[in-house]
Design a protein around this ligand. Structure first.
Ligand code: SF4
Ligand code: SF4
Length: 186
């Protein structure tokens, strides 16, 4: 069945996951280095407070942390890491499929444009997307999403020998003893 958003769904703008494990905390929306300034200024223009943390970094040596950041992440506005700060839950306005609207929809990050495509070859949709949860054999109709994912992958391509992942320190209160904060070599 071709992909289309489930009626009234806003799950991917609300629910944040621990990735790759609880130790790393909940992740935010991936923001590429060249998107960061734009997103920060859109937040300022809209009077919205956002938190952008690093996500993936690289280094030439096994040092204390990365020399270069390949990706950042915009954290959710709730204490447990959920809910994108740009999701407009205050208004009665709804998107064409009935979900909450995005305050920066036309300028949203590439990661939002790519979702629910999470792998290009073979084409893979995120099983946590509500459409995929309800569909036994989710398929295509995702050309623009795929194109966005390929752009992200291209921009994050690296030959650096050391890859670092940032643990956000954010998650559910019952998980606080498992969640770490700071850079880890992966
Ligand atoms: S979780 Fe899937 S179905 Fe729901 S809004 Fe996001 S992309 Fe659409
Ligand atoms: S920027 Fe917009 S589309 Fe992306 S997660 Fe936030 S509300 Fe959703």
């Amino acid at each position: 069945m071709d992909f289309s958003c489930i009626e009234d769904c806003s799950k991917c703008c609300i629910e944040r996951e621990y990735y790759p494990t609880k130790k790393f905390g909940k992740v935010g929306v991936l923001i590429l280095p060249d998107e960061k300034k734009k997103i920060e200024s859109l937040a300022e223009k809209n009077g919205i407070k956002i938190t952008i943390l690093p996500r993936i970094g690289v280094s030439e040596n096994k040092s204390d942390g990365p020399d270069t950041i390949l990706a950042y992440q915009m954290m959710g506005r709730e204490q447990n890491g959920n809910t994108c700060p740009f999701l407009n839950m205050e208004s009665s306005k709804r998107s064409p499929h009935g979900g909450y609207t995005c305050k920066i929809y036309d300028s949203r990050p590439l990661a939002c444009r790519a979702y629910p495509v999470i792998e290009s070859a073979p084409l893979t949709l995120d099983s946590k997307c509500k459409f995929c949860e309800r569909c036994d054999a989710p398929t295509g109709h995702v050309d623009s999403e795929l194109e966005s994912l390929v752009k992200i992958k291209d921009e994050m391509k690296t030959d650096a020998p050391y890859i670092w992942r940032y643990a956000t320190g954010v998650g559910e209160s019952q998980d606080k003893d498992l969640i770490e904060n700071g850079w880890f070599l992966v």
